[in-house]
Design a protein around this ligand. Structure first.
Ligand code: ATP
Ligand code: MG
Length: 254
């Protein structure tokens, strides 16, 4: 069975997509067959891997609407062991249509269950909201990976996410678990970053990854080259951090 990990935080711009792309890349690079599901209408994980959104015939919107199987949407990437299920802004319309539909919470879970090809890891990139799409991701996932930006408002709103996870655990997905909290865009030279890191550790004892992700301009540049950081600049600080955190993910999955 695949290990499904949803990268989730309803706050925008905290590093979800950067984390999803680069953890998926390093999982694949270390020999694990990996599928990255772009489940955000912004389609940032799709363009971040260099896929032209105009060129797509089948996307996650079709999968969610039930007109195509997930396997129809999946594209091979130029990176060994890494496949992508892409999204475009159409997914936002789909979400509206889905609001009244049957099985609206379990569309993604069912689509993954029907996959004939077996992936060792499936990484889901979620949108910045606690929307129906995010809930679909949480119901499909065994684990939640929570990136938290090292800034003053970092912990605000997380209570709501944890509450949603609790409800989902009780009703729809009893095995959902937090695999880890990943501090992102950390600037160790500032006392604010250090303070926020301490705060995050206090809130999530034992859940914070040993590795945190530094603020690194190479990580911000890589998507415009359509490349994971491990290809764009494998020796950068950002690359080394994502490689290390992927190792921790593998250890935690066990
Ligand atoms: P959204 O909520 O809109 O989906 P997100 O949580 O997926 O956003 P990203 O898109 O990964 O966040 O990151 C937001 C911006 O910050 C992007 O421009 C990205 O390139 C940049 N960024 C992410 N991580 C880092 C980092 N460690 N150092 C520098 N820039 C970063
Ligand atoms: Mg994103």
């Amino acid at each position: 069975m695949s290990t499904v990990i949803a990268v989730t935080n309803q706050k925008g711009g905290v590093g979800k997509t950067t984390t999803a792309i680069n953890v998926a890349y390093y999982l694949a690079k270390s020999g694990h067959t990996t599928l990255l599901i772009d489940f955000d209408p912004q389609g940032n994980a799709t363009s971040g891997l260099g896929v032209d959104k105009q060129s797509l015939s089948v996307t996650m919107a079709d999968v969610v609407m039930g007109t195509h199987a997930l396997s129809d949407a999946i594209l091979a990437t130029e990176h060994k062991n890494l496949s992508l299920a892409p999204s475009t802004p159409t997914l936002a319309n789909t979400e509206v249509e889905l609001a009244q539909a049957e099985h609206r919470f379990t569309r993604l879970k069912l689509a993954i269950e029907r996959l004939a090809q077996e992936y060792e890891y499936i990484i889901i990139d979620s949108p910045p909201s606690l929307s129906l799409l995010t809930v679909n991701g949480l119901i499909a996932a065994r684990y939640v990976l929570l990136p938290v930006q090292a800034e003053f408002y970092a912990l605000e709103g997380l209570g709501q996410l944890l509450e949603t996870m609790k409800l989902i655990r009780k009703n729809l997905n009893p095995t959902i678990d937090l695999i880890g909290v990943l501090p992102t865009m950390v600037d160790s030279r500032t006392s604010l970053s250090t303070q926020v890191l301490a705060e995050i550790s206090k809130h999530f004892p034992a859940k914070v990854f040993k590795t945190n992700i530094p603020r690194n301009v190479r990580l911000a540049e890589a998507p415009s080259h359509g490349a994971p950081i491990g290809v764009y600049d494998r020796w950068s600080k950002g690359a080394r951090a994502y490689k290390a955190v992927t190792k921790e993910v593998i250890e935690r999955v066990g």
